[in-house]
Design a binder for this molecule. Structure first.
Ligand code: TNX
Length: 528
C-alpha cells in the first residue's frame, strides 16, 4: 500500500511545481522506462525486473591513461554527486569490473564506429563500451536519460537511484547533427551558450553553429578590425543591449563544447547581412560612407562592396583570426538573402571568398544560395528552403556538393508552434512537434539523398528571442525531434512511439528548469 501513496504524493508535488513554475527535485526517485531514451537507440532491449541501484558505494571505473575517459567520468560523477550526495570516486581500472559503473574505451563492437557505444545495465554493474571518446560520451548521455529525473536536481535528494536493466547498441545515422543559435539579432552570454551546449549534447547533437554577425550586431572581437565588436557589436534588435565575445570568450565556448563532443561552426554572414560591419568601417562601403547601425528586422538591404579590393583584405583577416581560434573543420560564410548584391557580383564574391577560407585550412559551409556561385568540391550547402524541390541545389549535388538539411518549414526553431505562440515568426509556417518530426532528412529534397546528405540542423534565429527562457521555449520539445532524425535509423521512425519517448523528457526538463512548450502533440506523462 505504501507505494501508491508515495506515488500519489509525487504526483501532487509535480503538479504544485508545475503551477509555481519551480523545479521538482523529488519528482520521482523511481526508475525511468528503459524505452524513454531520445534519440531512440539503434537497438535497445530492457531486462525485465532488473535494475542497478546507484548507492553510496558506487564507483566509476575508467580506462587507465585516458584523459578523455577520465574527463567524461568526471562529468558523470559531477552530475551524480550533486543530487545523490554520494562520493562517487573515479578509479582507473583495466578490465570490466563486476560492480559500479565502467566507462571503457574497449570492448565495443566495431559496427558502432567512433560515435557509437554499447551500454549494459545489470543488477550489479553498468558498463559503457566505446571505440572512441565521442562514443563514450554518447553512451553517458543515454545513461543520463536512464537515471531517475531527480538526478538533475541541483540539491541533494533522498533517492533511491535505480537504473533500469537492459542492453543497448547504438550509433548515429548522420555525421552532422546540428543546432544553430543566432547570437547576432540578440546577444547571448558565454554562460547562456554553454547552457544550450549542455542541452543539445544530452540529445547527441554534435555541432553548434553560431551566427556571429548580421545587420544588427557583430559578436566576436577581431583584433585587426576592432570597431566591429566595440561599435558594430553594441546594438541588437529593438534597441536591446548588444554585446560581443572577446576571443577568450569564444575560446571558452569552443572548449566547453569540445568537452561535450560538440564542434563549434562559426558563421560570418557575407556579402549580405553585413550592416554592422559596414557601419563600423566607412572604408568598406562602395561610397565610403558608413551607414547608421540597424536595430530593425528587415533582411536583404546590405552588401559588402564586391569590386573593392579592401573587401577581400577584410574577410581574409576576419576569417583568419576566427580560423585560428576554431579547431573544427568548418567556417560558415553565410551567403543567404544577398538581395542587394547583383547576381554577377554575388558569384564573384563567393568565388573569391571560398579560397580564402581554404587558405586558412577550413572547409566552407554556406546557406544553399551559394550554389548560385561555383562551390569548391568540398563546400557544404545548408538547405533552408521551404520546398522539397530545388533544381539549383540538386544540380550542385549532382556535381558532388554535400548538403546539411535545415528546411525552414520543418527545422526552424524560430517558427511559431501555433498562431498564438507569443514568440517567433510565421513566414515558413507553423511548426509543432509532428511537423518537426515527420520527415526524413535523407530522403526529402529531390535529388538530395543518400550520401549527399551530411545531416540535419535546427536553426534558432533570434529576432524575437531575448532570454534563455525564450531559447528553451522554442527549442523544447522540437529540438529533440530534429536530434532523433539526425541520430536514429529511419527504420525506427514512429510518431506515436516518439510522442511517448518525448513526453518522458518532460519531468526531467522540469527538474532541470528548462522552460519548454507544453505541446498538445506530445504524450506527456500524467502530472508533467
Ligand atoms: C531567414 S534563413 C534568414 C534569417 C532570418 C530568418 C528568420 C536564412 C538563411 N536567413 O536572416 O533570421 O529567416 O526566420
Amino acid at each position: 500500500m505504501a507505494v501508491p501513496r508515495i506515488r500519489a504524493l509525487l504526483v501532487v508535488a509535480v503538479a504544485v511545481a508545475a503551477a509555481t513554475g519551480q523545479a521538482t527535485p523529488a519528482a520521482a526517485a523511481t526508475a525511468v522506462a528503459f524505452s524513454s531514451v531520445v534519440p531512440v537507440p539503434v537497438s535497445a532491449s530492457a531486462t525485465a525486473g532488473v535494475s542497478y541501484p546507484i548507492t553510496s558505494g558506487t564507483t566509476i571505473y575508467t580506462t587507465p591513461g585516458s584523459v578523455a575517459a577520465t574527463d567524461i567520468a568526471t562529468q558523470l560523477a559531477t552530475l551524480v554527486r550533486r543530487s545523490t550526495g554520494f562520493a562517487v570516486p573515479i578509479v582507473a581500472a583495466d578490465a570490466s569490473p563486476t560492480d559500479g559503473i565502467a566507462l571503457l574505451l574497449s570492448g565495443a563492437p566495431a559496427t558502432v564506429g567512433a560515435e557509437g557505444y554499447q551500454l549494459d545495465v545489470t543488477a550489479t554493474s553498468i558498463a559503457i563500451r566505446a571505440n572512441a571518446p565521442a562514443g563514450l560520451f554518447a553512451g553517458v548521455q543515454t545513461l543520463h536519460q536512464l537515471l531517475p529525473v531527480a538526478v538533475d536536481s541541483s540539491t541533494v535528494q533522498p533517492g533511491p537511484w535505480p537504473v533500469p536493466g537492459g542492453h543497448v547498441v547504438d550509433y548515429p545515422r548522420f555525421e552532422h547533427r546540428g543546432a544553430m543559435l543566432d547570437v547576432a539579432r540578440h546577444f547571448f552570454t558565454v554562460a547562456q551558450v554553454q547552457r544550450y551546449v549542455d542541452q543539445i549534447a544530452l540529445y547527441k547533437l554534435n555541432y553548434l553553429h553560431l551566427h556571429l554577425s548580421d545587420d544588427q550586431g557583430w559578436r566576436i572581437a577581431i583584433a585587426s578590425w576592432p570597431n566591429l565588436a566595440t561599435y558594430g557589436g553594441a546594438t541588437a534588435v529593438g534597441g536591446d543591449p548588444g554585446g560581443y565575445y572577446t576571443q577568450a570568450d569564444y575560446s571558452a565556448i569552443v572548449a566547453y563544447a569540445a568537452a561535450r563532443y560538440v564542434t563549434i561552426v562559426p558563421e560570418i554572414d557575407m556579402p549580405g547581412h553585413t550592416n554592422a560591419a559596414l557601419a563600423s568601417y566607412a572604408e568598406l562601403n562602395c561610397d565610403g560612407v558608413a551607414p547608421p547601425r540597424y536595430t530593425g528586422t528587415a533582411v536583404g538591404f546590405s552588401s559588402l562592396c564586391v569590386p573593392l579590393p579592401l573587401t577581400y583584405v577584410f574577410i581574409d583577416q576576419v576569417l583568419g583570426e576566427i580560423a585560428a581560434l576554431t579547431p573544427g573543420p568548418y567556417l560558415h560564410i553565410g551567403g543567404d538573402e544577398a538581395s542587394s548584391t547583383t547576381p554577377v557580383d554575388y558569384r564573384t564574391f563567393i568565388n573569391q571568398a571560398q579560397p580564402i577560407v581554404a587558405a586558412h585550412g577550413k572547409t566552407v559551409v554556406g546557406w544553399h544560395d551559394i550554389v548560385n556561385a561555383t562551390p569548391l568540391p568540398t563546400t557544404v550547402a545548408q538547405y533552408w528552403g521551404t520546398t522539397a524541390t530545388n533544381s539549383a541545389v540538386a544540380a550542385a549535388v549532382a556535381g558532388g556538393t554535400k548538403v546539411i538539411m535545415s528546411p525552414a518549414n520543418l527545422t526552424y526553431l524560430d517558427m511559431k508552434y501555433r498562431n498564438n505562440t507569443r514568440l517567433g515568426q510565421k513566414w515558413a509556417g507553423l511548426i509543432d512537434v509532428e511537423k518537426a518530426y515527420n520527415w526524413d532528412p535523407g530522403n526529402y529534397l529531390s535529388g538530395v539523398t543518400g550520401a549527399a546528405v551530411l545531416g540535419v540542423e535546427a536553426p534558432l534565429w533570434t529576432e524575437t528571442i531575448r532570454t534563455t527562457a525564450d531559447i528553451e521555449f522554442m527549442a523544447f520539445p522540437r529540438l529533440p525531434a530534429i536530434a532523433e532524425l539526425g541520430w536514429s535509423p529511419f527504420s525506427t521512425h514512429d510518431l506515436t512511439a516518439f510522442k511517448v519517448r518525448l513526453g518522458a523528457q518532460g519531468p526531467r526538463w522540469r527538474v532541470m528548469g528548462i522552460n519548454y512548450y507544453h505541446s498538445t502533440q506530445v504524450s506527456w506523462p500524467a502530472g508533467s
